[in-house]
Design a protein around this ligand. Structure first.
Ligand code: ZN
Length: 230
């Protein structure tokens, strides 16, 4: 008897673990779809002028820039929107031989959950800002693709691929829970309705006096079982 109890408890726990894993996975898929959906249609609207990067932005640049890049950016533009943030920084206007710029795109809703950045290193004319050629491109978790518009320029899309784990998990749990509710609420009402009208819970066939359903063979709880479970 205790063995049976342990086995059935294990079974129930396994079933719940599997259920939770499936809904978390579905939640994660919806989360990625939302994040990419937030990132796709955006046109960045850069602020005018050339604002200086903050100390924090400069620290981020220094911690992440590829080798050989100037260690102080001198321009930053930020686009902030629902479920979307893009930060573009550059170090081109310094009197250096190699300028550089980066775009970092983060997206996700309700929490920002995916990010990625793309560095390009430019050869400059030495004493001025004008880039004369791109010497290196360093993508990190950012998929960049271009779509010709037919107007002589390309629409550029930035799709972030790297998860930001805190936001990613919370979003996935939220979406997973929402999907689970969409499945569980109708199932609950079907079950309630079939019990109420003395039907087999598994297939909805009216029950007679047999202890198993005559349609699908499911065991049918006796009225006293049902009274106890109520
Ligand atoms: Zn049945």
């Amino acid at each position: 008897m205790p063995d049976q109890f342990v086995a059935s408890t294990m079974n129930i726990m396994l079933r719940w673990a599997r259920r939770i894993a499936i809904f978390l996975l579905l939640g994660a898929i919806v989360n990625v779809a939302f994040a990419w959906g937030c990132a796709l249609p955006r046109r960045r609207h850069w602020s005018n002028g050339a604002p200086l990067p903050s100390d924090e932005q400069t620290r981020w640049w220094r911690a992440n820039c590829p080798e050989g890049v100037v260690d102080t950016p001198d321009e930053v533009h930020v686009t902030h929107d629902m479920g979307y943030e893009a930060v573009a920084m550059s170090a081109q206007s310094q009197a250096v031989a190699a300028g550089s710029d980066v775009i970092r795109v983060s997206a996700g809703w309700p929490l920002i959950s995916m990010t990625g950045e793309h560095w390009s290193v430019m050869q400059c004319t030495g004493d001025h800002v004008f880039p004369i050629g791109q010497v290196a491109v360093v993508p990190r978790g950012l998929w960049v693709f271009r779509r010709p518009t037919g107007h002589g320029y390309d629409q550029i899309y930035h799709i972030p691929l790297e998860p930001i784990w805190g936001g990613f998990l919370l979003n996935a749990i939220g979406y997973g829970l929402a999907i689970w509710l969409c499945v569980a609420i109708p199932a609950f009402f079907t079950r309630w309705h079939r019990t109420r009208w003395h039907r087999c819970i598994a297939c909805g066939y009216p029950r007679g006096t047999s202890p198993v359903c005559t349609e699908c063979g499911e065991p049918l709880p006796s009225p006293s079982d049902r009274a106890r479970s109520r």
